[in-house]
Design a protein around this ligand. Structure first.
Ligand code: NAP
Ligand code: ZN
Ligand code: ZN
Length: 346
């Protein structure tokens, strides 16, 4: 066991504060990672607030982890000391179910072991990346390509893969029109990746406040959802509507933007239940579907793709003692476009 400094919420909805946690001893298949940067995902806030249900406290959030390997167990074959690595939303899964065998560990039928707010196979709670070090089985560790600085790579471990996976699954590319709803952490990566895949990309944001950034980061068009005319202008336009919004939406209005056979893919997971008018789906054989992060092989593919296309996240690096303030800004949609904690400041 090693004691490491971390930032934790001691109880539900409480501000995060500096503390220490224990990491397990490095096992045969484990890698010890000195964390350098961790992104703040809106999912961290949902979970600290218990928006998705009861949490495990104290809670050390953080599943957008980038760092350097400082020790490896004797059976580790894929990593050596000094390697630049990342860890995303999961640190284990059953490894034997159909989905695990297919590299879709995020859909493990027995549920993956989430990086934090979960209980590992050893019966101990998992603690995430707002901490100086983490111990992870090498099979759930990703390699960060040389071309990607660690600070801009960290958010790819969740925001990057969560947008890359559905864009690939629904064959987004040249000739396809994609709308990205919400221009925050996931949204800005969705725009960058969809553009790099060759699609025609439209941002649907609450206002035009971030339009210049949207166009600079690869959007072809940018509309305000606060303007009702947007929904008339864009009716029946898109092959895919990628919803990254953290709050409930007027689903009928957004489904109406799809072409026949188009798909609205939900990535956002609001605290509140949502209402879906089925008539908006039936009308034009539209699909309403969802996607969750991505499997380990696809996460590596995404990191390599982002390195090849020079696609890091657009970030604001903060000190650890600014985490609570950053949470407030994320909730106010005042983020451009991901807060990343400099772990050296813990
Ligand atoms: P974020 O950075 O806060 O971005 C969400 C964006 O949604 C905001 O920037 C804002 O964009 C828009 N928005 C926020 N409140 C809104 C409201 N009341 N009405 C309309 N639009 C609103 O959050 P994120 O980290 O990208 O995460 C987004 C959601 O995805 C969260 O619910 C998160 O838990 C979930 N998530 C899911 C997965 C998955 O595997 N499916 C993975 C990661 C995260 P504008 O200012 O442009 O309107
Ligand atoms: Zn996340
Ligand atoms: Zn499984």
């Amino acid at each position: 066991m090693t004691t490491v400094a971390a930032y934790a919420a001691p109880s539900p909805k409480a501000p995060l504060e500096r503390t220490t946690i224990e990491r397990r001893a490095v096992g045969a298949h484990d890698v010890l990672i000195d964390i350098r940067f961790t992104g703040i995902c809106h999912s961290d806030i949902h979970q600290v607030q218990e928006g998705w249900g009861e949490g495990i406290f104290p809670m050390v959030p953080g599943h957008e982890i980038a760092g350097v390997v400082s020790e490896v167990g004797p059976a580790v074959t894929r990593f050596t000391v000094g390697d630049r690595v990342g860890v995303g939303c999961m640190v284990d899964s059953c490894r034997v179910c159909e989905n695990c065998k297919a590299g879709l560990q995020q859909y493990c039928v027995r549920r993956p072991t989430w990086t934090y707010n979960a209980v590992g196979k050893d019966g101990e709670p998992t603690y995430g990346g707002y901490a100086q070090r983490i111990v992870v089985d090498e099979n759930y560790v990703l390699r960060i390509p040389d071309g990607l600085p660690l600070d801009v790579a960290a958010p790819l471990l969740c925001a990057g893969i969560t947008t890359y996976s559905p864009l690939k699954h629904w064959n987004v590319g040249p000739g396809k029109k994609v709308a990205v709803v919400g221009f925050g952490g996931l949204g800005h990566m969705g725009v960058r990746i969809a553009h790099a895949l060759g699609a025609e990309v439209t941002v649907l944001s609450q206002s035009l406040r971030k339009k210049d950034d949207g166009l600079r980061l690869g959007a072809d068009h940018y509309f305000a959802t606060g303007d009702p005319a947007t929904f008339d202008t864009l009716r029946g336009t898109f092959d895919m509507v990628l919803n990254t919004v953290s709050a409930p939406l007027d689903f009928g209005a957004f489904l109406g933007l799809l072409r026949t056979d188009g798909a609205m893919v939900n990535l956002g997971l609001p605290d509140e239940p949502v209402q879906i008018p089925l008539s908006a789906v039936l009308g034009d054989r539209r699909s309403l579907t969802s996607s969750g992060i991505g499997g380990i092989p696809e996460t590596q593919e995404m990191l390599d793709f982002c390195a090849e296309h020079g696609l890091g996240a657009v970030i604001e690096v903060i000190r650890a003692d600014q985490i609570n303030e950053a949470y407030e800004r994320v909730v106010r949609s005042d983020v451009r476009y991901r807060f990343v904690i400099d772990i050296a400041t813990i």
